[in-house]
Design a protein around this ligand. Structure first.
Ligand SMILES: Cc1cc2nc3c(=O)[nH]c(=O)nc-3n(C[C@H](O)[C@H](O)[C@H](O)COP(=O)(O)O)c2cc1C
Length: 339
């Protein structure tokens, strides 16, 4: 083992032990994309795959977990969206399968959710978009946190990963494992976040063009062609309707989203829906738009969610190669810095 590899293994030890895998790299859950094939491939390659439950019903999640288990005997997690109307049934499905880690996304978990997950013996990982929220989540008993910056693909917060990492890691990294996400395309940056106290990292965009990923060839081609500046954030059209921005490749759909927001704002004005229902309507819209691009290959009228690291995705390659490249880059960086 080189000095760099040794340092990397040491810096990843805490995160890897927490996840129960060899490499402290989580494959960030991506709706429609992070299913049995990609998830098992990431876990089999030593990383930690996470199933994206998205808008799945409990029955579908049950099947997805069972199928993933057929493909790997390594641990993997399940990502649940807190606003899913059947959240507690989904937690029950994870418990039935003794899923080791549940990742809660989409805002603060509702009362009882953390206890329900922990009662099943699973560890809970939450997203913390700001320091105050991280502290609140730590007090409420989460086992680990993901801090994700606005460079990421999919739904994003307003602050960049580099700023979140500087602000949050020194304050919380000694209390629980913290995984850094958003904009990571190369191992050099992984080394940097580990040196700052991260237990590991989470990558989404970098895994989309994995050979094992079932995304449509058109979706993967769009990724390979795109550069960082093509991955733009959606804009909020109506101040009355707060929508969480989404980062995706610039296309006709990004324009159509403006019209959708106007339509939903009108429904609010007409009293046809309340704010909660309006926001759910927007989320269903995204789920449908992402499906059109990922599954049907319609990369113009569908949503090609991608992070700014998309410019570093150059080819389709097996998950094991992606992870090996990231680990080599990280080890080399730590080796150089050791001198
Ligand atoms: C196409 C796509 C879909 C995503 N869907 C979800 C999701 O369903 N749930 C979630 O928590 N995060 C989702 N994410 C975020 C990823 O889990 C991950 O945190 C993010 O991709 C990390 O940033 P990166 O893309 O810069 O690597 C998605 C990201 C992408 C690119």
């Amino acid at each position: 083992m080189s000095i760099g590899q040794e340092r990397l293994a040491r810096r990843m030890a805490r995160g890897a032990e927490f996840l129960g895998c060899d490499v402290a790299i989580l494959g960030g859950a991506m709706s429609w994309i992070s299913e049995r094939n990609l998830v098992s491939a990431i876990s089999n390659a030593g990383g930690f795959g996470v199933i994206a439950c998205g808008a799945m019903s409990p029955e579908l999640l049950d099947t997805e977990i069972a199928e993933t288990k057929k493909r790997t005997d390594k641990p993997f997690g399940v990502n649940l969206i807190t606003m899913h109307p059947q959240l507690f049934e989904l937690i029950g499905v994870c418990a039935k399968h003794k899923v080791s880690h549940v990742v809660l996304a989409g805002g603060l978990p509702p009362a009882g959710a953390l206890d329900a997950i922990k009662a099943s013996g699973a560890k809970v990982i939450c997203f913390a978009p700001a320091l105050a929220l991280a502290k609140k989540l730590i007090r409420s008993g989460v086992d680990a946190l993901v801090i994700e910056g606005m460079e990421a693909g999919g739904h994003i917060g307003p602050v960049s990963t580099s700023v979140l990492a500087q602000e949050m890691l020194p304050e919380i990294a000694d209390q629980l494992p913290v995984f850094v996400a958003g904009g990571i395309g190369k191992g050099q940056l992984i080394a940097g976040y580990l040196e700052m106290g991260a237990a590991g990292v989470q990558l989404g965009t970098r895994f989309v063009c994995a050979t094992e990923c079932i995304a449509h060839p058109n979706f993967k081609k769009a990724f390979i062609r795109a550069s960082a500046r093509d991955a733009i954030a959606s804009v909020q059209i109506d101040p009355r309707l707060p929508v969480i921005p989404v980062r995706a490749l610039r296309n006709a759909e990004m324009e159509a989203f403006a019209a959708k927001q106007r339509e939903v704002a009108q429904m609010l004005d007409d009293g046809k829906v309340d704010m909660g229902a309006a926001q759910l309507e927007i989320e269903h819209y995204w789920a449908g738009a992402l499906r059109r691009a990922v599954i049907d290959g319609d990369v113009e009228s569908g949503s090609v969610m991608a992070g700014q690291s998309v410019g570093m995705v150059k080819a389709e390659e097996p998950v094991a190669d992606i992870i090996a490249t990231l680990m080599t880059e990280a080890a080399e960086a730590l080796e150089t810095r050791a001198h």
